[in-house]
Design a protein around this ligand. Structure first.
Ligand SMILES: N[C@@H](CCC(=O)N[C@@H](CS)C(=O)NCC(=O)O)C(=O)O
Length: 307
């Protein structure tokens, strides 16, 4: 039986926008579960085992955490059109380490520094828990000049790539590199009145932004979080066992491990390894609310420890 593609997300989430655009690019029909921007998310946590970042993709009782892992699964299930129209697959994947970390942190500081007193205290409290550090809107505000310098440098890379290659960053159509980089422009555009000013000197980026926006989100149908929970509970995970004979730490199918993001939202998820490769790891868990699930993570950016 084939299960629907379900995305747990919120509309304002830039990482979710990446996935929505991939739905658009690949013309995928999907179910949307809108979650709150802050914790708690009582109907999602039984599925992820505590992983709290947004978005999460669910296909039956298989739960995909982190956009790297979600995108890999979408590319596997819907290979056409490819996210790598110009080849260069390695750099396409690796670009997330630029766009999701340094470029994104730059963008976050710019957005929240500019929003300043308009950021609700409840959001600040939640993001302090997420980061395990102060979410210091005042310091972000003070740092806006430096953040503008950095944002301009990131935009300049995109502009020069477009100058070399034409309409898209890595080939004749939009691909993963475009999706990853665009997230940070979408985020600024959605939040800041000064977006026009920030983008003023980058005419190619502005035209590319229009092309990106036109990709759309595929076909979206809303469902409730309760319905999604039922889908997980009434399905069996579909992940086949697969061991990685080259695992640098000798991990095997059946090993009990804790998997934790290495940057923020450092909540370990515990389970037994079902499948692993150089880029992915999947663990089996049981929860009274959803029965058996398999939770999937990427390897880059995550810490796997023996439990
Ligand atoms: N590396 C993660 C980062 C995701 C991320 O930081 N998402 C933001 C929302 S756009 C988040 O999780 N915020 C806290 C939350 O939603 O709990 C990914 O690629 O999915």
């Amino acid at each position: 039986m084939s299960h629907p593609i379900v995305l747990h997300h919120f509309n304002e989430s830039p990482f979710s926008e990446k996935i929505r655009l991939i739905f658009g690019l690949k013309r995928i029909s999907w179910c949307s579960v809108l979650i709150s921007r802050t914790m708690p998310r009582p109907e999602l946590m039984p599925m992820t085992g505590g992983y709290r970042r947004t978005p999460v993709m669910q296909i039956g009782a298989d739960i995909y955490c982190d956009t790297q892992r979600i995108i890999r699964e979408l590319e596997r299930r819907f290979p056409t059109p490819s996210l790598f129209p110009g080849g260069a697959e390695g750099i396409g994947w690796a670009s997330a380490m630029w766009t999701d970390r340094s470029f994104f942190q730059n963008t976050v500081n710019l957005v929240f520094g500019s929003l300043g007193a308009r950021v609700p205290q409840s959001f600040i409290d939640d993001r302090e828990k997420l980061r395990g550090a102060k979410f210091d809107v005042e310091a972000m505000r003070a740092g806006i000049p430096q953040m503008r310098d950095q944002y301009r440098a990131h935009l300049d890379w995109i502009e020069s790539q477009l100058a070399d290659l034409g309409d898209w960053l890595c080939g004749e159509r939009a691909g993963l590199l475009d999706i990853n980089a665009y997230m940070n422009i979408w985020y600024v555009r959605s939040n800041l009145e000064i977006a026009d000013e920030l983008l003023e000197d980058f005419s190619r980026v502005r035209e590319w932004e229009q092309r990106m926006r036109a990709i759309g989100h595929g076909t979206r149908v809303e469902i409730s979080s309760t319905k999604a929970l039922e889908l997980a509970r009434d399905s069996m995970p579909q992940t086949a066992e697969m061991s990685d004979p080259l695992d640098p730490n000798g991990r095997k199918v059946g090993d009990l491990v804790d998997i934790t993001p290495d940057d923020y939202g450092k909540i370990p998820v515990r389970g037994r390894i079902v499948a692993s490769t150089a880029q992915t790891i999947a663990i089996a868990r049981h929860d009274a609310a959803v029965a058996d699930v398999v939770v999937h993570f990427p390897r880059a950016g995550f810490l796997i420890k023996s439990a």
